[in-house]
Design a protein around this ligand. Structure first.
Ligand code: SF4
Length: 276
């Protein structure tokens, strides 16, 4: 499917042009979500896209599904309400590293713990882009930001490990350079019955790159190309070879755990049957 076909089918023409900067990776990630939906043949009226606040969260306004552009950090509780009210709907959350892991960090942990069936696409641009370039929990240690002119001294965390520990049953990562891999893992995440998180490492030349000697979008893409390693190759690397790099692909999947809305329906049936 070409980008023109994606825009024609899945974007609201009245909401364009978008506000994203030239060279921003958000368009690639959003295009990959559309490709995944298209590959799965999902009915646009049966898909709900919920976002929080930030550059990436603007995607909910551009996409032609049922959409909710909610409050900062609150996409997951809104998405949880939607999914509980209508479990047949496919719920996709679009969020950023600041929105999802700082302001919304507590919601993230508990949505993962419940294993509620939704797909979270976390656009990781390593910074708060929209609000002026402050560092986020996922800004790499030692990077510069408007709030860290001498570089951050806070250890960033790996959100894929965080949600896995919290109880997520599908965890994946890809980059905007590896767009094919990204579309593939989003497709698998939507198919997965349970809480799925896909970290999409996205180029942000304006707020991250400019402060970190990578103002050219191509340089950021080259950085992604040179630091991401496919999971199969990663598994064969020793600690020394892994230093400074990160794995992409499906990182973790568990199909054995009960999904939350199913468990909730069982609970309702038990209660209506008078059984405790
Ligand atoms: Fe994209 Fe960064 Fe611009 Fe936001 S600030 S639109 S993430 S390039």
């Amino acid at each position: 499917m070409s980008m023109e076909q994606i825009v024609d089918k899945y974007f609201r023409p009245g909401r364009l042009p978008h506000i994203w900067c030239p060279g921003c990776g958000n368009g690639v990630v959003t295009g990959c979500i559309c490709k995944a939906v298209d590959k799965l043949g999902l009915d646009q009226n049966e898909v709900v896209v919920v976002s929080g606040i930030g550059c990436s969260s603007r995607a909910s306004g551009y996409l032609d599904f049922n959409t909710v552009h909610s409050a900062h950090g609150r996409a997951l509780p809104v998405a949880t309400g939607v999914k509980l009210a209508e479990p047949r709907l496919k719920v996709i959350v679009v969020t950023g590293d600041g929105d999802c892991t700082a302001i919304g960090g507590n919601h993230l942990i508990h949505a993962a713990r419940r294993n509620i069936d939704m797909t979270v696409v976390l656009y990781n641009n390593s910074i708060y882009g929209m609000t002026g370039g402050q560092y986020s929990p996922m800004t790499p240690l030692g990077s510069k930001a408007t709030t860290a002119p001498y570089a951050t001294i806070e250890q960033d965390f790996d959100v894929t490990e965080l949600v896995k520990a919290a109880g997520a049953t599908f965890v994946a990562r890809a980059t905007t350079f590896h767009a094919q891999v990204l579309a593939d893992v989003i497709t698998k995440g939507i198919q997965h019955k349970g809480f799925a998180l896909i970290e999409a490492v996205a180029a942000c030349p304006t707020s991250f790159g400019r402060h970190n000697k990578m103002p050219n979008p191509a340089t950021l893409m080259e950085w992604q190309r040179d630091h991401a390693v496919m999971k199969a190759a990663w598994d064969k690397m020793d600690a020394a070879k892994r230093e400074g790099k990160f794995p992409i692909g499906v990182l973790y999947e568990d199909t054995s755990r009960k999904e939350y809305t199913g468990a909730y329906e069982e609970l309702i049936a038990r209660a209506q049957g008078g059984k405790k």
